[in-house]
Every structure is written in structure tokens, then in C-alpha cells.
Design a protein around this ligand. Structure first.
Ligand code: ZN
Length: 105
């Protein structure tokens, strides 16, 4: 699965701009084609749902909407903030390292 985004599903990221600036969350989904990501608890939109048999009235649910991937940075637990990272080769795999503290991310 090719992904050209700097963050991927399962990463913890920090939002660096927009209405949820400084929010932290897990990437629920990455959308490389759109250059967007869906981050847990970030950019929640209210959505009206139609009634179903179970819930005839319907209601309002809150759901995360995608945000531009350029608005998030990978979160470094050591620096306690979103950081840029570099890559290094370790054995036969690539690891991501924090550019600030050098910790593997
Ligand atoms: Zn760091």
C-alpha cells in the first residue's frame, strides 16, 4: 500500500493550524489521494442522520471530517509536541526519527 503522506494510520499527530490547533489525536485514516487525514477527535462535524427502524427519529451524530495533512505533524512523546522527522536506515528497515531529539518515532 503506497502512501506519500508523512503520517499514516495509527500515528499520533498534533494539529498545527485550523480550529483544532494544538489538538492531539490518532490518525484514523489517511487519504493520500486528497492529501488529507482523518484524526480522532479533530474537526468534528455534526451530521444529521435519517431515522432507521431502530431509531425512528434519527438524530445528530458527530463525525471527524478530513483535514489537510500539511496541518498535522507527527507527535514526539519526548518533545511533547508535533515535530518534523527524518529517516534513517536500520538494518533493512527505515525508521523515523525526531529531528529535534533523535528519538525513534
Ligand atoms: Zn523529539
Amino acid at each position: 500500500m503506497a502512501s506519500n503522506l508523512h503520517v499514516k494510520k495509527g500515528d499520533t499527530v498534533e494539529v498545527i493550524s485550523g480550529k483544532d490547533k494544538k489538538a492531539k489525536g490518532k490518525v484514523l485514516k489517511s487519504l493520500p489521494k486528497d492529501g488529507k487525514v482523518i484524526v480522532e477527535g479533530v474537526n468534528k462535524m455534526k451530521k444529521h442522520t435519517k431515522g432507521t427502524q431502530k431509531d425512528p427519529k434519527g438524530g445528530i451524530i458527530e463525525k471527524e471530517a478530513p483535514i489537510a495533512s500539511s496541518n498535522v505533524l507527527l507527535y514526539c512523546p519526548s518533545c511533547k509536541k508535533g515535530v518534523r522527522y527524518g529517516q534513517k536506515i536500520e538494518g533493512d528497515k527505515k525508521v523515523r526519527v525526531c529531528k529535534k531529539c533523535g528519538k525513534e518515532l
